[in-house]
Design a protein around this ligand. Structure first.
Ligand code: ASP
Ligand code: CP
Length: 301
């Protein structure tokens, strides 16, 4: 299994989603006797705990460090490669979140057990993309033919990058990239979509397209990756330039949904939460089942 490949075709087969559906209800102990090690060098609410819960629900056990940057031997200068060599001796699978874009790739090169990229730098977050696709399929009945607007910090956010790589595998996808000019999506993603003949358009605002999309996928400004932005007036201006609230949601077409990888800031108003369009908490819940399916699939004979 290669989670760092730009072509992870083998993990988006429909069977994986069927497995996630099956695991929603049934019990399974396929991970009994196995250990998942969660090494997180960046904060997380959803990804770390949903992986740990997935492992435990499958009968396995976990070792976990939620702040490896400050509380592992990284503080003493240990490189991630050395840490992974050590941890892989007593683990069956390593789930790594890191602040450097290439950390998962470097980890995989030295690990003797599978490494799952749980979000590295501004690079990728592939299991988020899997649960995003699963959510679109569950909410809308399918993925082919989806018109999606991705909003926000497309430059430093990693979830949209991974989502684009997976959307590139489907048919008749249309993507609108909506962001302030300073936070545009990387050219590498646009080139990839071009190779896959996916139609896309970069726009500054949702105004003219909000009634034409099936999915709005909004994201927060990654201020931790933008030196000096903190929460000053520039941050607030950027954040409000694409805010979704109930008034905006009312302009969406029937059956369209709003997604967000979470956590949210002010770009997604609380008054959206109880609307039928709000799919983001279900999206987060789906992470558990998708990660259970992924773990089960990885260790299937
Ligand atoms: N939780 C997601 C990530 O780790 C999105 C975000 O933090 O904005 O990439
Ligand atoms: N969506 C996501 O990755 O959330 P966390 O950063 O809380 O893990």
């Amino acid at each position: 299994m290669n989670f760092h490949s730009k072509e992870p075709r083998h993990i988006i087969e429909a069977q994986q989603f069927d497995l996630a559906d099956a695991l929603r209800n049934g019990r399974d102990s396929c991970m009994a006797g196995k250990i998942l090690t969660a090494l997180f060098y960046e904060p997380s609410t959803r990804t770390r705990h949903s992986f740990e819960a997935a492992m435990m629900r499958l009968g396995g056990e976990k070792l976990s460090t939620e702040n490896a940057k400050d509380f592992s031997s990284a503080v003493k200068g240990e490189r991630v490669e050395d840490t992974i060599r050590i941890e892989s001796a007593w683990s069956d699978v390593i789930v790594l979140r890191h602040y450097e874009d290439d950390a998962a790739l470097r980890a995989a090169r030295v690990s003797c057990v599978p490494v799952i990229n749980a979000g590295c730098g501004k690079g990728q977050h592939p299991t988020q993309a899997l649960l995003d696709l699963y959510t679109i399929k569950r909410e809308r009945g399918g993925i082919d033919g989806t018109t999606i607007a991705v909003l926000g910090d497309l430059k430093y956010g990693r979830t949209v990058r991974s989502l684009c790589y997976l959307l590139g595998k489907f048919k008749s996808i249309r993507i609108f990239f909506v962001s302030p000019p300073s936070l545009r999506i990387g050219r590498d993603i646009l080139e990839y979509l071009g190779e896959k003949s996916i139609s896309y358009l970069e726009v500054d605002s949702l105004e003219h397209i909000i009634g034409r999309v099936d999915v709005i996928y909004t994201t927060r400004i990654q201020k931790e990756r933008m030196e000096g932005l903190a929460s000053g007036p520039e941050f607030l201006r950027l954040q409000h330039s694409y805010r979704i609230d109930a008034a905006a949601a009312s302009k969406m077409q029937h059956g369209a949904i709003i997604m967000h990888p979470l956590p949210r800031n002010d770009e997604l108003a609380f008054d959206v939460d109880d609307l039928p369009q709000a799919a983001y908490f279900r999206q987060s819940d789906n992470g558990l089942y998708v990660r259970m399916a992924l773990l089960k699939w990885m260790f299937m004979k």
